[in-house]
Design a protein around this ligand. Structure first.
Ligand code: ATP
Ligand code: MG
Length: 396
């Protein structure tokens, strides 16, 4: 069945008080942007909903799958819309709608929920419920009314037009794109960090990203994998500015001058430091990582105390209490998993110690870093000066 109109409902925006219009406008603009290549649509807001009207042909499945990735959307309902005339026309339209959507012989239980927002319409909401219930039972011999647990609720809204709908396709929830500042994601080619970035984007945060690579120890394929991941993420997050930082010299210096069991912690501290520099240049308000307590040696509470110590900005770790399997489930849901598991080397795994410390002492780590004091500032500046910036956007 072909629909020309949709109601998009949102959840949390409804409670934003005076600022509500800002969130609504952000969601309307985002929807307009992502569906513009699917067809010609009018997108507008009215009375705490967003309406999408198509002006011609479009791919229904593509429209729905695209909208399902837009944060801020609680649900999408395809609607059958008729001009407001009288009850007889409404009843005719409802029967036609049910016939098209479910078929004449389908067995179903239902409940009618009418809302007469225009009090001039000839009968009340209660009467619409009752009369329509009766008409449906009479015309669909395998249907029955169930007010407690129906297969579907048939919504009738008498507004400027009359909206008829019974389908509610769940959206991803969250807050609309760009309504909550910007964060800098430390994006590796692994499973966790892309999921972490998407989860923070779900709260309306714009995402920029930093990827540290170590050529020639890490390959172009490993770099391309991260670029591909950022592109996949942008379907949810919006455009991502990916900073690619050459970390080779810093990594070699750490390898040469610091104890090997502390390599990962020291390396991570410099990554955080550099990411924070780029973050503040790019007006980000926090860092984001894919860490989860205890997942690996560098993610014990003691290790994170050491890595966190170099940062002044808040570090958001949305996966902190997640098990790996739960993260994998999310990666599959967001479509990043297949790319994340491609077996290309990461700079962290190349210079890794056989037995990394799991309970590093911050004092000892700082002492070990003293061995770098004469060269590290220059190496950091060089890494920053040679960074590559790439803009990734599914909808560019
Ligand atoms: P992921 O699957 O996200 O790579 P992981 O389980 O492999 O995580 P680590 O390698 O310990 O864990 O990395 C922890 C976090 O540090 C990552 O989630 C990411 O935010 C950041 N990180 C690690 N390596 C890099 C890198 N090469 N470039 C940018 N950020 C990185
Ligand atoms: Mg990793």
């Amino acid at each position: 069945m072909k629909y020309t109109s949709f109601i998009v409902k949102y959840a949390e925006i409804g409670i934003k008080g005076k600022n509500k219009y800002r969130f609504e406008d952000a969601l309307v603009n985002r929807i307009k942007k992502v569906i513009q290549d699917i067809g010609s649509f009018n997108v507008s807001k009215s009375q705490s909903r967003i309406y999408i009207h198509s002006n011609g042909d479009y791919d229904y499945d593509k429209l729905i799958s695209t909208l399902k990735c837009i944060f801020g959307i609680a649900s999408i309902s395809p609607i059958y819309q008729i001009k407001k005339t009288n009850y007889i026309d409404l009843s005719k339209a409802v029967l036609e709608y049910l016939n098209l959507e479910y078929g004449k012989d389908k067995s179903f239980s239902f409940k009618v929920r009418a809302k007469r927002l225009d009090k001039k319409f000839e009968i009340t909401s209660d009467d619409i419920n009752r009369e329509l219930g009766h008409d449906i039972l009479e015309n669909f011999s395998n249907s029955k009314v169930d007010v407690h647990n129906p297969d579907f609720i048939l919504h009738i809204e008498v507004r400027e037009d009359i909206n008829i709908y019974s389908i509610s396709i769940p959206g991803p929830g969250g807050m609309p794109y760009g309504t909550n500042g910007k964060g800098m994601l430390l994006l590796s080619g692994g499973i966790d960090s892309p999921v972490a970035g998407i989860m923070i984007a779900k709260r309306g945060v714009l995402i920029d990203a930093c990827y540290f690579h170590a050529p020639p120890y890490t390959s172009d394929r490993a770099k391309q994998k991260v670029i591909d991941l950022a592109k996949i993420m942008s379907k949810y997050c919006g455009p991502i500015c990916l900073n690619i930082i050459n970390f080779t010299d810093i990594q070699l210096a750490i390898y040469e001058k610091c104890p090997h069991d502390e390599l990962t912690i020291i390396m991570r501290r410099y990554m955080m430091k550099i990411a924070e520099r780029i973050a503040s240049e790019d007006n980000c308000l926090g860092l984001i990582t894919g860490e989860s307590i205890g997942q690996v040696a560098s993610q014990t509470m003691a290790s994170m105390l050491s890595t966190n110590e170099v940062c002044h900005m808040p570090v958001y770790r949305p996966l902190i209490g997640f098990d790996k399997l739960e993260i994998v489930e999310k990666a599959i849901e967001y479509g990043t998993y297949e790319t994340s598991i491609l077996p290309y080397e990461d700079c962290c795994t190349i210079f890794v110690a056989k037995h990394p410390v799991t309970k590093p002492s911050l004092n000892i780590i700082k002492k070990s870093e003293n061995a770098l004091s004469e060269i590290i500032d220059e190496l950091i500046e060089k890494a920053l000066n040679t960074k590559e910036k790439i803009m990734l956007d599914t909808y560019a």
